[in-house]
Design a protein around this ligand. Structure first.
Ligand code: XIL
Length: 335
């Protein structure tokens, strides 16, 4: 089983979040990633807290190692994430800085990190999860409290200056289908685009369970209205958890959901990227964060393909066939 050549032929950026350090220590993990991903994103290694050792000081070892790994394998890279209310350095999160100092720290962080990888990262998640779960307002965070709602536009502008060729994304969860949060995210993007803010795409995280997958038609409608603003839409953190112990029936349902989502994305021209939040159940945040659930990813803990991996392969193979028929050649036209 190797999904990467199929994704290449289908013209889709397909890959996974990577556990820092592991790929260097475990040859079979590195091989799993190489066989199945043409794009990777660090699960934690490029977040503000993990990167920053103290005010103004950084440890880039983990992030650099992943960038080198991706380049060795000619994979594309997503950066994740510059501004988020979680996994922050304590001196930022505690709220001790006044507006001017926090603004300076924010700008400096974005310039430092985006600047370091200028020209090597295809897409950055600039702002992550800035909309409240009730869909009514922006999420309460140290950034909103000190800087007001303008911190979002500011972050995109600074990132764009630091790497003008990079595709800049707003990324969120629970806003994939229909509902108040999806509407609020749409309105935020509408305002940013109207104000001329350099935002190029929206990431749909898509952490879901079998029971709460949004209907594909609702996801498509939502994606299309965002695309109508001139934005790209990516699936950025896909995982579909099942109750443990997992059953064959649950895996079959999970596979059908993976296939339907991939089919949807492949049929929409503005959807160029699908990333799972991990490739194998050996490394997944799900069991720790959603008690009693797990087995959310395409490959099992022994790196064997689950029905979901076979379903993804089938959909990619079909898309690659269509792409070849359309271009009259082997391989896909670039999306
Ligand atoms: C998660 C990681 O997977 C965990 O290892 C970490 O402890 C917490 O963060 N939305 C995001 C991701 O944007 O960064 C989160 O990743 C999962 C939810």
């Amino acid at each position: 089983m190797a999904l990467r050549p199929l994704a290449d032929a289908a013209g889709l950026a397909f890959g996974a979040a990577v556990k820092s350090g592991r790929f260097a220590e475990e040859a079979d993990y590195a091989a799993l990633l190489a066989a199945n991903c043409n794009i990777v994103v660090p699960e934690n290694a490029m977040k503000w807290g993990p990167l920053m050792t103290g005010p103004g000081t950084y440890d880039f070892a983990g992030a650099d190692a992943l960038v080198a790994f991706a380049e060795r394998h000619a994979m594309r890279l997503r950066g994740h994430t510059l501004v988020w209310h979680r996994q922050l350095p304590p001196w930022i999160e505690k709220g001790g800085l006044d507006a001017a100092a926090l603004g300076r720290a924010l700008d400096a962080h974005i310039r430092t990190v985006v600047g370091r990888y200028r020209g090597r990262i295809w897409q950055w998640d600039v702002v992550n999860e800035a909309v409240a779960d009730n869909g009514k307002e922006l999420r309460d965070s140290v950034f909103l409290r000190r800087l007001g709602p303008d911190y979002i536009a500011r972050a995109f502008r600074v990132a764009h200056e630091a790497d003008p060729a990079c595709r800049l994304f707003y990324n969120d969860y629970g806003a994939e289908g229909a509902g108040p949060k999806a509407d609020r995210v749409y309105r935020l993007l509408q305002e940013l685009v109207a104000a001329g803010v350099p935002v190029h795409g929206v990431g749909m995280q898509m952490h879901r369970s079998l029971g709460d997958m949004p209907p594909p038609a609702a996801v498509r409608d939502n994606m299309r209205r965002l695309a109508a603003l001139g934005l790209e839409v990516a699936v950025t953190e896909l995982d579909i958890r099942v109750p443990l112990p997992a059953t064959a029936a649950a895996f079959a349902q999970q596979a059908a959901h993976y296939a339907a989502l991939l089919e949807l994305c492949l049929a929409e021209p503005y959807c160029k990227t699908v990333l799972c939040w991990g490739m194998s159940d050996r490394y997944s945040w799900v069991p720790k964060f959603f008690k009693g659930h797990g087995a959310a990813l395409p490959f099992d803990g022994a790196f064997g393909p689950k029905p979901a991996a076979h379903a993804i392969a089938r959909v990619l193979r079909e898309a690659a066939g269509h792409a070849a028929a359309e271009t009259g050649a082997k391989g896909a036209a670039p999306r």
